[in-house]
Design a protein around this ligand. Structure first.
Ligand code: ARG
Length: 470
C-alpha cells in the first residue's frame, strides 16, 4: 500500500517527547503500510467500545452516538478512497483516532478511555482472522466440490495406484480423488477448532493489567460476536497462539494441495500422460512451441514453502518474548496476511484447475493398468482362497512375475497349463479375475477401492457437500 508522507504532524503519543522521530526510524516503526487491512475491524471494535463506555456511565449516550457517527464517517471515507493515513499516524489505530479527533474535536479524545492499543490490536486481529477463516472454509468447500464432480465422473476410470512411486495396485480415479476430499475435510475441521479459540475477546485487558475504569468486557465481547472473553489480561494482550495455530492449519492445507499439485504435474508429463491440461490453466513456453506447462500446480507447490516459512517465523517471533506486549508482535501481521492470501488464492487456483483445467485421459489410464503386474497380489489372494498360505502364494507369484519379465509377457499371457504347473488348484476363472476392473471390484473391504465401496463414499460426500439432500 502506498502511504502519503505528511511532514509536520505531531507524533501521536504524549507530551513527554520533545523531538520528532528520525524519519528512517519513523518508517521502520510504522505498521500503517500493512495494518490498514484491519480498518473495518478497528472501526467495529471502537464502535462497540464507545457504546460500552456509555452503557457503563463512563461517557454519555450522546457522546457515544457522536463517536459512532464519526467512526462510520471514516468507514464511508475509506470506501470512497478518501481516508488516507500517513506515515506519522504509525498504525491503523492511531490513524483512526487522529481522524476522529479532526472530525469531532474534543469528544473524540474520550474514545481511548479504558483501552490500550495492545488489547485493541489483539481484538482487531481476532476479528479479522475470524472473517478470513469463514471465507477460507468456503474456498475449501468449493475445492471439495470440484474434486467430487471429477470423482463422480470417473468412478469406473482406473488409475495405477502407487507406493514408493512404483505401480502397486489399480484403483478407481474416484477413490484417489476422494482421498483428497477427506484431507480437505480434516483441514476444515481444524479451521473450525482454531476459529473457536480465535473467537475470544481480549478487549478490556487494556495495556496489560486491566483498567480501573468500570468497563463491561462481556458487553463488547457480545456486541462483536465473540463467544467469551479472555480470562487473564496479560495473556489476552500477549497471546499470538491463534495466529500460529491458524498458520499451522494453513500449512497442512498447503501440504495437501502441494501433494496433489505434484501428482498433476507428474500426470501431465509425457511420461505419464494421465491428464491433459486445458488451455484455461496451462501456459506456453516463450521458446519451445510444443510446450504446455503446468504453471498452476507448480506455483501452488512453490507457494507452499512460503506458508511453511511463516509458521517457522511466527514461532521464532514469540519464543523469547517476556510478558506482556512487545513490539515484536507487530511482525505477526504481514506473515498472517500473506498466509491467508496465499492459502486462499492457491485453493481457488486448484479449484479452477479441477473445474476446467484438466481432463483425465481415460484410454491412456486404462492402457496403463492393463500393461503391468499390478494384479500380482490378486493372484496370490486367489491362491489363498484355494487354501495356500499367503506367504507361500506370494513366493509362487513372485517366481511367475520373474519368469514373465524374462519372457517380456504379462501374467494374463500365461496359459492355463502354465498356471497349473505352479498350482493345480488354479482354474479357468483366474483369467477373468485378473482383469483390472475385476481386480478393483474385488477390494471390498470398508474404505477400499471396489466400485461399491467408492459409490458409498460418493454417496456420503454427495449428501455432505449438498449435491443431494438426505
Ligand atoms: N502496531 C502495533 C502492532 O501491530 C499496535 C500495538 C502497539 N502497541 C504499543 N504499545 N506500541 O502490534
Amino acid at each position: 500500500m502506498s502511504v502519503d508522507l505528511k511532514d509536520g504532524l505531531p507524533e501521536p503519543w504524549s507530551d513527554r517527547f520533545d523531538q520528532g522521530l528520525n524519519p528512517a526510524i519513523e518508517r521502520f516503526n510504522a505498521s500503517i503500510g500493512f495494518d490498514i487491512a484491519l480498518l473495518q475491524e478497528d472501526l467495529d471494535g471502537s464502535v462497540a467500545h464507545a457504546n460500552m463506555l456509555a452503557k457503563c456511565g463512563v461517557i454519555s449516550f450522546e457522546e457515544a452516538k457522536e463517536l459512532e457517527a464519526g467512526l462510520e464517517t471514516i468507514r464511508t471515507e475509506a470506501a470512497k478512497g478518501l481516508f488516507k493515513p500517513c506515515l506519522a499516524d504509525e498504525d491503523v489505530h492511531f490513524a483512526v483516532e487522529r481522524r476522529l479527533i479532526s472530525l469531532l474535536g474534543p469528544v473524540a479524545k474520550k474514545l481511548h478511555t479504558g483501552r490500550s492499543r495492545n488489547d485493541q490490536v489483539a481484538t482487531d486481529l481476532r476479528l479479522w482472522l475470524r472473517r478470513r477463516i469463514d471465507e477460507l472454509d468456503l474456498e475449501l468447500e468449493r475445492f471439495q466440490k470440484a474434486l467430487f464432480v471429477k470423482a463422480e465422473h470417473h468412478l469406473y476410470t482406473l488409475l495405477p495406484g502407487y507406493t514408493h512411486l512404483q505401480r502397486a495396485q489399480p484403483i478407481s480415479v474416484a477413490h484417489h480423488l476422494i482421498a483428497y476430499i477427506e484431507m480437505i475435510q480434516r483441514d476444515r475441521n481444524r479451521f473450525t477448532e482454531v476459529r473457536a479459540r480465535v473467537n475470544i475477546s481480549p478487549l478490556g485487558a487494556a495495556a496489560l493489567a486491566g483498567t480501573s475504569v468500570p468497563i463491561d468486557r462481556h458487553y463488547t465481547a457480545k456486541t462483536l460476536g465473540f463467544a467469551d472473553i479472555s480470562a487473564n489480561s496479560l495473556d489476552a494482550v500477549s497471546d499470538r497462539d491463534f495466529v500460529i495455530e491458524f498458520t499451522s492449519a494453513s500449512s497442512l492445507v498447503m501440504a495437501h494441495l502441494s501433494r496433489l499439485a505434484e501428482e498433476v504435474i507428474l500426470w501431465s508429463s509425457e511420461e505419464f500422460a494421465f491428464v491433459k491440461l486445458t488451455d484455461r490453466c496451462a501456459t506456453g513456453s516463450s521458446l519451445m512451441p510444443q510446450k504446455k506447462n503446468p504453471d498452476v500446480p507448480e506455483l501452488v507447490r512453490g507457494k507452499t514453502g512460503r506458508v511453511f516459512g511463516h509458521l517457522q517465523g511466527l514461532l521464532t517471533m514469540i519464543k523469547g518474548l517476556p510478558l506482556a506486549y512487545n513490539k515484536d508482535f507487530q511482525e505477526d501481521k504481514e506473515a498472517l496476511f500473506d498466509v491467508v492470501i496465499t492459502t486462499k488464492t492457491s485453493l481457488e487456483a486448484m479449484s479452477i484447475l479441477f473445474e476446467e483445467g484438466l481432463h483425465f485421459s481415460e484410454e491412456r489410464l486404462m492402457g496403463a493398468v492393463e500393461s503391468d503386474f499390478s494384479n500380482s497380489t490378486d493372484v496370490a489372494d486367489y491362491l489363498v482362497k484355494k487354501g495356500i498360505p499367503f506367504r507361500e502364494a506370494y513366493q509362487l507369484v513372485g517366481g511367475l512375475v520373474k519368469e514373465c519379465l524374462e519372457k517380456g509377457i504379462l501374467l494374463r499371457d500365461l496359459s492355463l497349463q502354465q498356471w497349473q504347473a505352479v498350482s493345480s488348484s488354479i482354474e479357468e476363472d483366474l483369467h477373468e479375475k485378473l482383469a483390472p476392473k475385476m481386480v478393483v471390484a474385488s477390494r471390498m473391504s470398508e474404505g477400499g477401492t471396489s466400485f461399491t465401496r467408492v459409490e458409498q463414499q460418493l454417496k456420503h460426500w454427495r449428501i455432505r457437500l449438498g449435491f443431494e439432500s438426505k
